[in-house]
Write a protein that binds this ligand. Structure first.
Ligand SMILES: [Zn+2]
Length: 436
């Protein structure tokens, strides 16, 4: 038996495992996630859970653990990642790799993103296994490497090279779970969809010349300026995607017309407006500009990078047409440089029912509300490869969502132990209801 498995309560068990994970430096790059994978394997095997390590390179292992089902019921995967982003100890009040427990709170890099959820998932499996629980379908736990950089050592690689190890009908990952109070209504946000990142480059051509004689050149930087200004006030007709309809229904008890949605949400609470505003249409933001490399050379070319986020279901081709229509006629090129994410899962079925029944059992007056997240997580690999119903839902209520958002990828990241214990209960509930 490992020392952790002997600890009495679920709360101390998940706290101890979180602390031990934080003490392993898995800063990516370089990652070294094998440290975490081996700790989790030792912990889970002591509870009788089958584990396998899959590694493209030895120091960057992914752990896949499984409680096999009795029959052919649905498979649920608990997804997580063990790498963390850089922490500069000078900015912290405590050692970012110390895992200090201060009162009810564990401090350290990864406490929120996401070694706390890694530990909660492992404890959910270990306690279910010790209880002798088996579902009708398999329960899988994936502690993947390399989510923060995405260089092909983590879930993307597993899905491509070891699909049988990670294939699942349903999955639960990071992404949401925040408890928000909006105008007296308590909602737990569940991420059921993700926007697509689809950046463009806007190119404007001119004619080079000496900076001392501007009149005989044709300055591409100056010619680009009106396009940048125009993109700065980009606006589209609002439309309601199913996730926003579901959110508004939970918030207002009805779904207003798209043109009234923002005003109605803001009326309830400013935060409600902030949550849905970027989800009412595609967004564009000019973020980078490149023209001349030399102070005294008038540029013949100016390139503007336009960060562009699409609603799930929208395509870069549709976005290009919309941006061109907004900019109007003119001498410019517009080139799509990437398409990433933009997937969604249905807001109904067994996993949604599990979210709802958990929220209602925790707080009878609260309701779950779907949300589409602006960024993306590993969930999209599962949706794309296996058509998995993938949600981001790890409930938190001891720490409010604005505080948590400020701490993720930042200094003094920390997590209340009571939220980790809440997370263990949620993951056990999900396994017991979804796997049958
Ligand atoms: Zn993360």
């Amino acid at each position: 038996m490992s020392e952790v498995a002997d600890v009495g309560s679920t709360e101390s068990e998940v706290a101890t495992l979180t602390q031990r994970l934080i003490k392993l430096d898995t800063t990516n790059p370089p990652g070294n996630e094998t440290l975490a994978a081996e700790l989790l394997r030792d912990y889970l095997e002591a509870a009788g859970v089958e584990c396998q390590l899959f590694a493209r390179v030895p120091e960057r292992a992914n752990l896949v653990a499984r409680i096999p089902g009795r029959g052919s019921g649905p498979t649920l995967a608990l997804l997580s990642h063990t790498d963390v982003v850089l922490a500069d100890a000078n900015d912290w009040e405590r050692d970012p790799f110390g895992g200090d427990l201060v009162g009810d709170t564990i401090w350290g890099r990864g406490a929120l993103d996401m070694k706390g959820e890694v530990a909660a998932s492992a404890v959910a499996l270990a306690t279910l296994a010790r209880d002798g629980w088996r579902g009708d379908g398999d329960l899988i736990f994936v502690a993947a490497a390399d989510e923060e950089v995405g260089a092909g050592f983590g879930l993307q690689w597993l899905v491509e090279e070891h699909p049988d190890a990670v294939r699942a009908d349903f999955s639960i990952n990071e992404g949401a779970g925040d408890r928000v109070e909006l105008g007296g209504k308590v909602l737990y946000l569940c991420a059921t969809a993700e926007k697509m990142s689809s950046p463009f480059v806007l190119r404007v051509h001119g004619r080079a010349g000496h900076g001392a004689m501007p009149s005989i050149a044709d300055n591409a930087l100056v010619k680009a300026a009106p396009f940048i200004e125009r993109l700065g006030v980009f606006d589209v007709e609002p439309r309601l995607i199913p996730e926003v309809e579901g959110f508004l229904a939970a918030l207002l008890g009805e779904v207003p017309p798209a043109t009234d949605a923002l005003a109605r949400a803001r009326e309830i609470a400013p935060l409600a407006g902030e949550l849905i505003e970027p989800l009412l249409g595609m967004t564009v933001a000019p973020t980078k500009a490149h023209a001349s490399d030399k102070r005294n050379v008038i540029p013949a070319l100016c390139e503007i990078t336009v960060d562009t986020r699409l609603l799930p279901g929208q395509t870069p081709e549709e976005a290009e047409a919309t941006i061109r229509a907004w900019l109007g006629e003119g001498e410019y090129e517009l080139v799509n440089t990437e398409r990433f994410g933009g997937t969604r899962s249905a807001i109904d079925g067994p996993l949604w029912d599990a979210v709802r029944s958990f929220v209602e059992s925790e707080e009878p007056d609260a309701a779950p509300a779907p949300i589409c997240v602006a960024g993306f997580t590993d969930s999209h690999w599962m949706r794309e490869a296996f058509d998995t119903v993938a949600y981001g839902f790890f409930p938190s209520r001891a720490m409010d969502s604005e505080t948590a958002a400020r701490l993720i990828h930042s200094a003094n990241e920390r997590v209340p132990v009571s939220d980790l214990e809440l997370g263990v209960r949620w993951l056990r509930h999900a396994a017991q209801t979804v796997c049958g």
